[in-house]
Design a protein around this ligand. Structure first.
Ligand SMILES: Nc1ncnc2c1ncn2[C@@H]1O[C@H](COP(=O)(O)OP(=O)(O)OP(=O)(O)O)[C@@H](O)[C@H]1O
Ligand SMILES: [Mg+2]
Length: 352
């Protein structure tokens, strides 16, 4: 995958801003702030936030208000370019591609070389498992990896990676949490008082928070940022496809025809928005019997090869139903899972 330098994009132009162009800063800092709040002033407002999470919710801000954390010392990407396996672009490569010119900038102290969204038109098909495992596989390959949990109302990533600490803010921005394996992570649960607190925010605030997770987090230098999307093709998917300079999307499906039909909507959406679909992953593709090693196609024959073929998607992978995956994801041990098909896929994406 050729390198993109997401820090070098010029600021989003007024004429290209998404229709609900409230500032990214308003969501975390003070969710009651008017839509035109300046991000810089919004951060100062965190001292005035509440701790409820209802429609006038300001609890995201309150979690960050009093942290007083010192900012991590990070060399500016311009001063210290990452030297990693993913850094294979020629020295004279253009700093940014034309298709990225209108996109949201990252924080000045962040350099995200590749951003990949994990999507599906359908809920519960295993997006979060696939997103987590792509992140883990890329990390095992030696890359600097982050995970942005864009499922604002149903976040699962903090739990999957065993992180219960809250996000901290310093004067420069938001400091992501880090897993034991070194994956940086932001998720709504890290700003809620409790992981069972419901998030009752309207679409604009949710979209703003996603933007803020992109542009105000001190990600440092990442080779890959994996973005876990909520189900469907609604507000958040639109925001991410429109506003973030994605390298592409990985689409998650399951073998049922009904699911394939809905997943096709996500593929079509990505293609309509000129986001390349890098791969399609068929989750719960089969079950391998632990006793006799036979493969059982519980949900019917695989449809992934056809799906990939029909939509000219270069890569595809199958993930088996494996009860230990559920258990490990539920107990914060996502980094102990090793799914060979996703490791191979991560390797292919990294070398593409
Ligand atoms: N291949 C698998 N084997 C066993 N369990 C799985 C598998 N894939 C997913 N699961 C489990 O199924 C549940 C749903 O998966 P997951 O949360 O990843 O789906 P999702 O598409 O992200 O859901 P949502 O649309 O709600 O975000 C989780 O408990 C997860 O651990
Ligand atoms: Mg999910």
């Amino acid at each position: 995958m050729s390198q993109n330098n997401h820090t070098t994009h010029p600021p989003a132009r007024a004429d290209s801003a998404p229709t609900d162009s409230a500032s990214a800063g308003s969501a975390l800092a003070d969710t009651r702030a008017p839509a035109h709040t300046d991000p810089a002033s919004a951060k100062a407002d965190t001292a005035n936030t509440h701790s409820s999470t209802s429609a006038d919710s300001a609890s995201a801000g309150s979690a960050l208000a009093d942290t007083g954390s010192s900012c991590p010392s990070q060399a500016s990407p311009a001063d210290a370019p990452a030297a990693s396996a993913a850094d294979n672009a020629p020295a004279d490569a253009p700093a940014a591609e034309c298709s990225h010119l209108d996109k949201l900038k990252t924080h000045p102290q962040a350099q995200i070389k590749h951003a990949i969204a994990v999507v599906s038109g359908k809920g519960g098909v295993g997006k979060s498992l696939v997103a987590a495992q792509l992140a883990v596989a890329l990390r095992r390959l030696g890359f600097a990896v982050g995970v942005l949990d864009a499922d604002i109302t149903g976040p699962t990533m903090a739990r999957a990676f065993g992180i219960s600490d809250k996000l901290q803010a310093c004067q420069d921005g938001i400091i992501p949490q880090e897993s034991s394996g070194g994956i940086k992570l932001v998720s709504t649960n890290m700003v809620l008082p409790d992981e069972s607190t419901p998030v009752l925010w309207r679409g604009t605030i949710i979209s703003n928070l996603v933007r803020q997770f992109w542009s105000e987090v001190l990600w440092g230098q990442l080779d890959y940022l994996i973005i876990d999307l909520p189900p469907g093709t609604g507000d958040v998917a639109l925001t991410i496809f429109q506003s973030l300079p994605l390298d592409g999307a990985v689409v998650v499906s399951t073998p049922q025809d009904l699911v394939a039909m809905i997943v096709a909507k996500a593929i079509n959406m990505a293609q309509m928005m000129e986001v390349p679909v890098l791969a399609v992953v068929e989750n719960m593709s089969y079950y391998r019997c632990e006793c006799c090693d036979s493969v059982q196609r519980i949900f019917g024959p695989s449809t992934v090869e056809n799906l990939a073929h029909n939509y000219t998607i270069e890569h595809f992978a199958e993930v088996p139903i494996t009860p230990t995956y559920t258990h490990l994801m539920d107990t914060g041990k996502a980094e102990e899972i090793d799914i060979s098909s996703l490791s191979e896929l991560a390797g292919r994406l990294a070398s593409a």
